[in-house]
Structures are given as C-alpha cells and as structure tokens.
Design a binder for this molecule. Structure first.
Ligand code: SF4
Length: 94
C-alpha cells in the first residue's frame, strides 16, 4: 500500500492536497535533514526515505508541526502515521 494511502486511512487526509508551497518550513536546522514540505512530497512519491528521515523522528519537529501547514494539512497527524508505518515495517522485517 502506498504511503499516501496509509496516511489517508490513518488520518483521513490526502497529502495530494499539498501545494509544495513550503510555507510549513520551520527553523529547527539541527533537528532536520529535510524540510517538512519535502517530507510530505517524499511520502507522496512513496519514497521510503520519508520513513527514515531525521525530520520525521525529531520530537521537536513533531511538536512544531502542529499548525505548521498553512493549507490545512495536519502535519502532526501525518508524521505520527509515517512513524507508525516505519515501526510496522521494521517489525515486519525482523
Ligand atoms: S505548507 Fe502545507 S501545502 Fe505547503 S508545502 Fe507545507 S504541507 Fe504542503
């Protein structure tokens, strides 16, 4: 199942509505390897890199993601869904 579909099922949100405007950029440089908007785009491309990015696993970024999207996407919920999927895949592999 694609990451887009997994997020849709878990959060009710379609990340295809992301406009790649990058208004969600938050300044936590040391905590992030990619901007939040890029995390959403990687998930949209079904790229597993989204599941392993430092940005996804930073608790500071997770906290700051609340209300970060100016277009109505709940990025906090998207991050939680991606984290859960990453853990699920890790547990399936072992
Ligand atoms: S602000 Fe929202 S719509 Fe814009 S890039 Fe970030 S996630 Fe996508």
């Amino acid at each position: 199942m694609s990451l887009r579909r997994i997020i849709k099922l878990a959060t009710g949100q379609d990340i295809n509505t992301c406009h790649t405007c990058y208004d969600c950029d938050i300044s936590l440089t040391g905590e992030m390897d990619i901007p939040l908007g890029s995390l959403v785009q990687l998930a949209l491309l079904n790229d597993e890199e989204a599941l392993h990015s430092r940005t996804l696993w930073s608790d500071s970024v997770l906290e700051a993601s609340c209300g970060a999207c100016k277009r109505g996407l709940d990025l906090h919920a998207v991050m939680i869904a991606l984290r859960e999927e990453s853990l699920r895949r890790t547990n399936t592999e072992t």
